[in-house]
Write a protein of this length. Structure first.
Length: 476
């Protein structure tokens, strides 16, 4: 159906909804109702476009609660863990209706009398910047140590500051509490009140706490980027029935991107089997070896941190400095640059020194094959450099990293290979049964071995090849 393909190419949200306990504030309850109404409207529109039969929202809620767990188990929330405010809800519905009606589909029966579309258009939520330090409280039932660590790690990487409070105060702040699953608003709310972040079952990791806090700071999910279709393929046949509307894409003009490339390893990226009916992939990366990188939940990536710094900290340093190798000025120390993993020095113009337990930092690859043996419980980075105007062919002949997950690797027990030209984005993660032959995009590859076990490791066969515009990766 022409209309169906057009709309799914244009629109992508992950919209689901959750019933909540009596733990949320009155303001939060109002926004949850708005979010629910938004999702009901979107569900009806998508069903009309797809020309599929109706099924009650109550049944959808029951089905989803039986099978989904963790950060995306919510069935009444936008994109699985987002509470919409009135302005955001109106903007989303307006975009969807405009696109659908441009294809000749009348959906006025679903939107004509809705309160959401009649609300006054407010400025984008992103325009309301947080003031630092951001007050926060941690309610009983939430692991306060994990919250403290998650926020402290964010402070170490950015100019953002948090300040714990014993009780609520009359200022804008964050309230971490325990409800069903994990969810948050996107951006600071308009009122000078604390806004809720739920950290429930399946959410108690540093990465997930940072994920929900990133929402509160203004970030949407990575898969909601307008350019998502250039990086992900969506498989609707694997999506739970009546959940197709979870894969609508909307141009979220207020989302943070700052011209950064799509990052498969972003903390804001969901795993490949999100909303799956059969545990098969509902979305896969266009870059085939990134399949086990999606949803890694390893904490904020370099790009995640860069986005926060560009949004909140860009004016901190009065005098700019020149950074190399895709580094940028550190708002916590204006005399230095923040470097991509694998570079060091005040200006990111140096390679790390050789470590006895890691071996050489730089391997120059000529016409002869070289072998790289990386084993043991350690953290080591290696640069592979071919001749100018040539590419590198890397064959993984042995690979063994435990523990791991079924659909994704664990960052702290994996082999990361950055074979793309842009070294700021997370590399492809390999852990088990991923023997492969990889062709780099240029003459430079960064390999990062992370392991907590002496038995983990890999053997790589590397050679320099002519640049024949070969940019694919080939599984063995």
């Amino acid at each position: 159906m022409k209309n169906k393909s057009i709309i799914f190419l244009y629109i992508f949200l992950s919209v689901i909804v959750v019933s909540t306990k009596n733990l949320v504030s009155k303001d939060e309850e109002k926004d949850l109702k708005i979010t629910e109404e938004t999702n009901e409207i979107l569900e009806k529109i998508v069903k009309k476009v797809l020309n599929i039969g109706d099924k009650s929202i109550e049944n959808t809620l029951q089905d989803n609660n039986k099978t989904n767990t963790g950060i995306i188990n919510q069935t009444r929330l936008f994109q699985g863990d987002i509470v919409l405010n009135p302005s955001q809800a109106k903007d989303i519905i307006d975009q969807v209706v405009e696109k659908v009606e441009s294809e000749g589909i009348d959906v006025s029966e679903y939107t004509g009398n809705t309160k959401i579309r009649n609300k006054r258009k407010m400025e984008a939520n992103m325009s309301l910047i947080w003031e630092f330090p951001i007050p926060y409280i941690v309610e009983e039932g939430v692991n306060d140590t994990l919250v403290m660590i998650a926020l402290k790690l964010m402070e170490l990487e950015t100019c953002i500051r948090f300040q714990r409070q014993a009780t609520l105060i009359p200022k804008a702040g964050l309230r971490y509490y325990r409800d069903v699953g994990c969810f948050s608003h996107v951006g600071r709310k308009l009122l000078n009140t604390f806004q809720d972040i739920s950290i429930g079952d399946g959410c108690e990791t540093i990465g997930t706490i940072q994920h929900e806090t990133m929402h509160a700071l203004g970030s949407y999910h990575e898969q909601s980027r307008e350019d998502r279709d250039n990086y992900l393929k969506v498989f609707l046949n694997n999506v739970k029935k009546d959940s197709e509307y979870n894969f609508i894409k909307v141009n979220l003009s207020s989302s943070l991107t700052y011209n950064t490339r799509y990052d498969y390893g972003s903390e804001m990226q969901y795993p490949t089997n999100a909303f799956s009916i059969n545990e098969q992939p509902t979305m896969l990366p266009v870059e085939p070896f990134y399949e086990k990188t999606l949803g890694v939940d390893g904490g904020l990536s370099f790009v995640d941190v860069k986005l926060l710094n560009y949004h909140y900290c860009i004016k901190i340093c009065p005098l700019p400095i020149v950074c190399f190798n895709d580094g940028y000025q550190d708002p916590n120390n204006c005399a230095k640059c923040k470097c991509v993993n694998g570079y060091t020095g005040d200006y990111c113009d140096q390679l790390p020194p050789k470590l006895s337990h890691c071996g050489d930092t730089l391997y120059e690859i000529s016409h002869r094959k070289k072998y790289l043996y990386i084993y043991g419980g350690k953290n080591c980075i290696h640069h592979l450099k071919g001749k100018s105007n040539k590419k590198l062919k890397i064959t993984i002949t042995v690979l063994n990293y435990y523990p791991t997950f079924k659909n994704r690797c664990k960052l702290d027990n994996s082999l990361e290979i950055k074979y793309l030209e842009d070294k700021t984005v997370t590399g492809a993660l390999f852990c088990l049964n991923d023997n492969a032959t990889i062709f780099s995009r240029n003459d430079h590859v960064i390999v990062h071995h992370r392991s907590t076990s002496t038995n983990n490791g890999a053997t790589l066969e590397i050679e320099s090849i002519e640049d024949s515009n070969k940019t694919d990766t080939i599984k063995k």
